[in-house]
Design a protein around this ligand. Sequence first.
Ligand code: COA
Length: 379
Amino acid sequence: MAIPENVMTNDDMAAIVDTTDEWIQSRTGIKQRYIASEKESTSSLGLKAAQRALEVADVLPAELDMVIVATSTPDNIFPSTASLIQAWLGANNAGAFDLSAACSGFVYGVNMASQAIRSGSIETALVIGTETMSRILDWQDRSTCILFGDGAGAIVLQASEAEGGVLTSVLRSDGYGGDLLCVPSVGSLDSTSANGHKFNKMYMNGSEVFKFGSRVMTESIPQVVAQAGLTLNDISLIIPHQANQRIIQSAARHLKLDESLFMSNLENYGNTSAASIPIALCEAVQQGRVKQDDYLVFVGFGGGLSWASMVVRWGVPKPEEARGSFVNRQRRQLSYIFAFWRQRLNRFNRRMDEVVNRVHPTRGRMIRLRRKIERHPLE
Ligand code: COA
């Protein structure tokens, strides 16, 4: 996982909008959240989380076949944030794409990656949930801006003969509720008014989304567990989307489960959308709450409306016991350094091309032709 440096407490929030620490904590359970600085972005946080995941898994960037980034706050519409991260890692054998399923995105992404692995088309995938929600918040709307935070989490999935991994998933959508939680943006049908909401800012109908989140958590956890051929008694830990402690409490109450069966860390991070489940998973592993062969449930819900649940049989040892090797660590560092300079040089070359072209168009064409011949001598 990777978290921005700047922390914002509820008291800091009260200096911006008309709210109090007491109100936020009692209605949501959130005490603080992290906010990206100007230098940080969805891709930079995602890159850090990705590098840490590769370290823990002891996988080389060149081994990756696919990079999936679940995000609602990509750096650009395109190129995808996944492509940016793929380049910074030097994951030169990987495909890369962004996945838009709001706060359910990480579970969707893990499902896509595990299906691709199961089908035999790929071996190793990196799935990242990364967000800079602070960039799309309406900082004048106290009912939404207090809820969200920035951050990233990532996991590496790999083909294995060992039993376990992703056992089954339930992915669902109810687009009729799309207007309850949205960010009117590029492609809005009514580009002048965005249905009365602010452009590029999040709009949320809090009470409806609250009811939706509580309902789908309560319904989809038993559904996915039954689909895996298990009962709720088999589950060691449920890692829900970290939206609101009262939603988690409501699901626990309706399912007659102890609240402690649900991983919760939203008091420290707020709702980090697609990053919330991998961040919570990472902390659960660090705290020793996830052991080898445990059955876990991931459950996410959010804009779309969308929701997704998944049963995982945790197949890897704790990070300390992971098979880290000194040589691989050095190879990863070299890959990052090489990727960095390759991009710098590419950009420099392109800029030089532009300059030469402007000053001496014929010479520019000759240089480009020579480079093309060097790259593809047979053409
Ligand atoms: N500080 C103080 N008062 C606030 C406030 C804030 N930050 N935000 C809203 N209020 C006020 C409202 O204006 C309202 O005042 P009024 O009664 O004078 O009109 C009052 O508090 C109650 O508002 P209400 O919306 O009923 O509060 P709530 O208990 O439903 O809590 C949310 C609001 C947003 C915390 C809650 O609806 C929620 O968490 N919804 C789900 C959000 C979510 O999970 N979204 C992400 C899904 S991925």
